[in-house]
Ligand binder design. Structure first.
Ligand SMILES: *Cc1c(COP(=O)(O)O)cnc(C)c1O
Length: 258
């Protein structure tokens, strides 16, 4: 962020960002980034997948393009793969031929599933937000949990910025357990309600271990530089009863640290 203005030395560039970001849920100031980018003649694209269109409106904050993996919250039932791009008619017209020529049109069956899912998006997101907050608060008090990263917690570094730019804090919670990789593996393996999978945004809760999945390709040193530790577990909080989710995490932590 501090180096953005200096980095954007040539016109016609694109600033591409994700907020909240995977997996530490870091928040970027979309309005401030858009101001700097536009001064330098660059466009701003925001991957809004983690927030969903219910929790965050990047276009209102100054972004030019907003992307969603519709595979996640928009679909919401882990049964389709799709994407969505929101932008001006002018920019969309530039993208449309690529979409057609690359064969990225949805099948009617997938489009129908997605259309049905969108009808329940607001209530699903409301429950994801509520459940994630309950799980984050419960985990914050667990003696074997070193850190809980959730934009809605007062302890979260970017809480104020998140509260300013988001309407809800989302369904993604990242916890860091004591004991590094061995213990985070043990916790993940002992969970019964949370399924071990790398996707997110569905009705069912999922757990993934960034150091072994999404960020496996980086060295431990590179991961650490990005704030990703071996004790981290990324939770996609689903629509189950939050008490059951907390109980499941508690029993898995108890087994891992027995
Ligand atoms: C999953 C994901 C993608 C990729 O989307 P697919 O629908 O799986 O192709 C892109 N960005 C974010 C933030 C995601 O979570």
């Amino acid at each position: 962020m501090d180096q953005l203005a200096e980095t954007l030395t040539e016109p016609g560039k694109l600033v591409y960002l994700e907020s909240p970001a995977n997996p530490n849920l870091a928040i970027l100031d979309i309005a401030a980034i858009a101001r700097i980018a536009h001064q330098k003649g660059a466009l701003v694209a925001v991957d809004n997948t983690f927030a969903s269109p219910i929790n965050q409106h990047p276009l209102e904050l100054g972004a030019d393009l907003v992307l969603h993996s519709a595979t996640k919250y928009l679909g919401g039932h882990s049964d389709l793969t799709a994407g969505a791009l929101m932008t001006s008619a002018e920019l969309a017209a530039a993208v449309a031929p690529w979409r057609k020529n690359l064969g990225q049109l949805l099948s009617p069956e997938t489009a129908a599933l997605l259309s049905r899912s969108l009808r329940t998006l607001p209530v699903r997101i409301r429950q994801h937000n509520e459940n994630a907050m309950a799980v984050a608060q419960a985990m914050e008090h667990h003696p074997k949990v070193r850190r809980v990263l959730y934009p809605g917690l007062d302890s979260f570094t970017d809480q104020e910025l998140a509260a300013r730019q988001m309407k809800g804090f989302g369904g993604m919670v990242t916890i860091e357990v004591d004991g590094g990789r061995e213990k985070s593996t043990a916790v993940a393996d002992n969970l019964r309600l949370f399924l071990l999978a790398t996707s997110l945004g569905g009705v069912e809760s999922l757990v993934s271990q960034p150091c072994a999945t999404s960020h496996h390709g980086l060295t431990a040193e590179e991961r650490l530089k990005r704030g990703i530790t071996d004790g981290m577990l990324r939770l996609s909080i689903g629509l189950e009863d939050s008490k059951d989710l907390i109980e499941d995490l508690n029993q898995a932590l108890a087994k891992a640290f027995a």
